[in-house]
Design a protein around this ligand. Sequence first.
Ligand code: SAM
Length: 285
Amino acid sequence: MSGESRSPTSRPDGPGDRDESHTGGPAAPDRNFDDGDLVLLVDRKNRSYLRRLEAGEFFHSHSGLVPWDDLLDRPEGSEVRSAGGTRFQAFRPTLSDFVVKMKRGAQVIYPKDLGPMLLLADIAPGHRVLESGLGSGALSLALLRAGAEVFGYEIRHDFARRATKNVQEFLGPEALARYHVSERDCYEGIDVEELDRVALDLPEPWRVAPHAADRLRPGGLLIAYTPSVIQATRLRESLESGPWALAATVEVLQRTWHIAGEAVRPDHRMVAHTGFLTHARRLPA
Ligand SMILES: C[S@@+](CC[C@H](N)C(=O)[O-])C[C@H]1O[C@@H](n2cnc3c(N)ncnc32)[C@H](O)[C@@H]1O
C-alpha cells in the first residue's frame, strides 16, 4: 500500500475549529462521555483502569460493579462509585496512558523515550516515515499522533496485527488510513520512495542503515532505539561509513518527585534504564 504525502495543517483556533485530520482525531473530543469511548478510571490510590464505556453494562472493580450509564453524558473528571463505595475519577486516556495500559506482544518503547524520539527525529504532519519493527505499536501511535504517514515493516504476523489493532483502538480510522503495514524483513531492503524519516526498533538497526540511506531524502533523519549500548555503538560505526552527518546518541533519564506539604524529595524508585536513542541526518549523494 502507498499513500500521498500530506501538507502541514495550521494550529486550530479553538474547540469548534479543531482539525482532527492529523491529531489522532477522537483522542481529544470536545464533548461529554458517550457509548464506546475509551475511559481511564482512577481510584484514590492512583490505581488506574483502561476500559471502553459500554452503555447498559458495568465496570467490574475489586469492590463491586460501576454502571457505565453513570458516566454517560458527563464531562471528564466526573466521579463514579462502585457498589462497594470505591470512588473513581473518569478521564479519557492520554497517549501515554494508552501505551502503558494497551495490550502488547513485544516490549514497547515507553513515553519517556517516545516524546524525545518525536523531537529528535523532528516528526511533523505529512512526513513519510518508515518504521520497523512495529512490535505493539507504541512508536507507531506516537508517529501517527504527530501526523506522519507511517510505512511499517514488521516481520511477525502477530505483532503486525497487534500494532494495527492498538492504532485502531486509540486513534481510529483516520490514523489507520495513514498506517501502511507490511509483513516483511526490513534487513532485506526498503521499497518505499522519498522518505523523510526512518524510525527503527529492531535488534540490528545497522543492517537497515544502508537501505535507509537509499530511500531517505537529503536532510532526512534516521532514529533508532536500542536497549543496549553495544547495539548503539555498532549502529554508529555503520553510520560513519555511510552518507550520514550529525550522528548522536542520547539516553533519557526521568526522575519523578514526591511532593506532599513539607515532604519534598525525589521518589525513591525510578526506571534506571530503558534504551539509547541514536539519530543522524542523510547527506546528499
Ligand atoms: C521491541 S519490538 C518493537 C516495539 C515497538 N517499537 C513498540 O514501541 O511497540 C521489536 C520488533 O521488531 C520486529 N523485528 C525484528 N527483526 C525484524 C526485521 N528484520 N524486520 C522487521 N521487523 C523485525 C520484531 O518482530 C518485533 O516486533
